[in-house]
Design a protein around this ligand. Sequence first.
Ligand SMILES: Nc1ncnc2c1ncn2[C@@H]1O[C@H](COP(=O)(O)OP(=O)(O)OP(=O)(O)O)[C@@H](O)[C@H]1O
Ligand SMILES: [Mg+2]
Length: 265
Amino acid sequence: MSGIRFDAVRRIYGHEGRGIVTLDGVDLAIADREFVAIVGPSGCGKTTCLRMVAGFDRPTSGSVKVDDVVVGGPSPERAVVFQQFALFPWKNVFDNIAFGLRNKGVAEAERRERIAHYIKLMGLAGYETAFPHQLSGGMQQRVAIARAYALDPVVLLMDEPFGALDAQTRVVMQEELVRLSRVNPRTVLFITHGVEEAIYLADRVAIMTRRPGRIKEIVNVKPIRTSENWDQHAKIEDVMDLPSFVHLRTHIWKSLREEKGVEGA
Ligand SMILES: Nc1ncnc2c1ncn2[C@@H]1O[C@H](COP(=O)(O)OP(=O)(O)OP(=O)(O)O)[C@@H](O)[C@H]1O
Ligand SMILES: [Mg+2]
């Protein structure tokens, strides 16, 4: 079991009582092996929420729990893909991916197999010994994604992971994430500005208010996806124009538009 729970999470940055209220009462329960996407205006506190699950930040009040235990710090069971690629500059592609696997104690033969699989899948074959500064931004992000997928974590935390990718690679990554999360479900918290991406990938889409952020509304996609039969092998371009998809997209956009007005989001 590896559900995520936010209970009355408040986060204030700055001096006590005089800082900026970033989050103000976030309540969200993500079930074990559920895929939840968060959308919301820029600056509403999405990354802050994810950092708390990762163990990089703590609520000022309220609690964030994984598997019913308050998150106390980072863990290899909770892999993170950041908005900006965050590779070790002094390690080559292979070693960047291998690092977490070694830490986790994955045996060498399996480690090599997993690394080879994801290097190929992410279109990085031939770049095993290249260093991050020798790669394009999109390639670095693919290494970061390969590193997280290869860990096969219980909880996968992704903060706009495909934002820096070119359109074709983004679709490959989205489809791979669908494949991974349907075939071998894990608990995913996925932040995106892409409403279509959120609908395509997630079981539920949580919409946040503008700052100070809280969960405004949760849209349940899974029952619609299942009944409309775009659950398994559907490609994003094949489902985007279906009436059920368009209906969800319109609804989410309307809700987001109401939150316009702060920090130009
Ligand atoms: N370490 C910090 N110290 C002070 N303020 C912070 C810190 N981290 C975040 N903030 C503030 O909290 C607010 C929310 O930031 P956050 O990065 O969570 O937003 P976001 O929803 O992820 O935005 P975006 O969509 O632009 O990525 C912002 O006003 C930001 O300036
Ligand atoms: Mg962010």
